[in-house]
Design a protein around this ligand. Structure first.
Ligand SMILES: O=C(O)[C@H](O)[C@@H](O)[C@H](O)[C@H](O)COP(=O)(O)O
Length: 261
């Protein structure tokens, strides 16, 4: 196998569902399968979750006897620099939508350190240290390998808190970075960088609703636009998945995108 081929990522696996409810059912099945494989192999399941509409798309995990919550280690792909009980907090959204309804040990969930909200450099450094604790020492693990990273995608093609044209798109050393000018409010956030996202074993986008109808074909079929979501290309053998609904995929040429599940 040529070197180029060796590093070429697998083609994305895309499934489009008739409704958000049907998408949520299949997404839960996918998460349960990923956690089983990870736990069977390593005795734990490392997952990173995005904010926005994603937390409510995980309702298929409530209740779900197949989920071994005590084996989960949960991080946030990005987080707003607000208190943990603030309505803008992704931790607050995930706790309300999911973690308050399932038996996951509190110590298995890794929110940002709310005592550092006034110093974004410290805040992102401290979150990176949380990752280093979970994924061995930085010198041995160049980048953490999450078992699963769940991403959303904005109508502008952003993902995590990585926005079109932003300098953070070029960050290739730090695991966690910060920004103060997020075009999507609130402005102050921390976020995983592309190396972390692209080293995951599995990355799954969840994109639903008509507001994604124009950006989805651009992200799937026009990599030359360089949209942030199109820069998510997991390093081999990582696999990229798309869970979309028919409203979002109406303009996608599904015959072109090789997909299976
Ligand atoms: O903290 C955030 O704002 C999210 O992580 C963000 O990246 C989200 O995933 C996209 O904006 C899509 O949001 P929707 O799924 O709500 O459209």
């Amino acid at each position: 196998m040529s070197a180029a081929a060796h590093h070429s990522p697998n083609p994305p696996i895309l499934n489009s569902f008739a409704s958000k409810d049907e998408l949520a059912i299949h997404l839960a099945e996918f998460v349960v399968k990923a956690q089983k494989e990870s736990i069977d192999k390593k005795g734990r399941f490392t997952i990173a979750i995005s904010g926005g509409s994603l937390p409510n798309m995980l309702k298929g995990l409530i209740p779900n006897p197949a989920v071994k919550w005590d084996k989960w280690q949960v991080f946030y792909v990005d987080e707003r620099a607000v208190p943990l009980d603030h309505p803008d907090s992704n931790h607050h959204a995930c706790t309300t939508a999911l973690f308050s309804k399932v038996p996951i040990p509190k110590e298995n969930i890794h929110p940002l350190d709310p005592t550092l909200l006034d110093d974004l450099e410290e805040l992102s450094d401290s979150y990176e240290k949380e990752l280093i604790k979970e994924f061995a020492q930085r010198d041995s693990a160049r980048f953490p390998v999450f078992d699963l990273i769940l991403l959303g995608m904005g109508p502008d093609g952003h993902t995590a808190s990585l926005f079109p044209g932003h300098e953070l798109l070029a960050e290739d050393d730090r695991w966690v970075a910060y920004l103060q000018d997020s075009p999507k409010p609130p402005p102050k956030r921390i976020t995983f960088t592309f190396p972390v996202i692209n080293h995951a074993a599995r990355v799954a986008f969840v994109a639903a609703g008509a507001e994604k109808i124009d950006v989805l074909p651009d992200v799937l079929d026009k990599p030359e636009l360089g949209l942030p979501a199109a820069r998510v290309r997991p390093t081999f053998p990582g696999q990229l998945y798309w869970f979309v609904d028919d409203a979002a995929s109406a303009k996608v040429n599904l015959a072109r995108t090789p997909f299976r599940l």
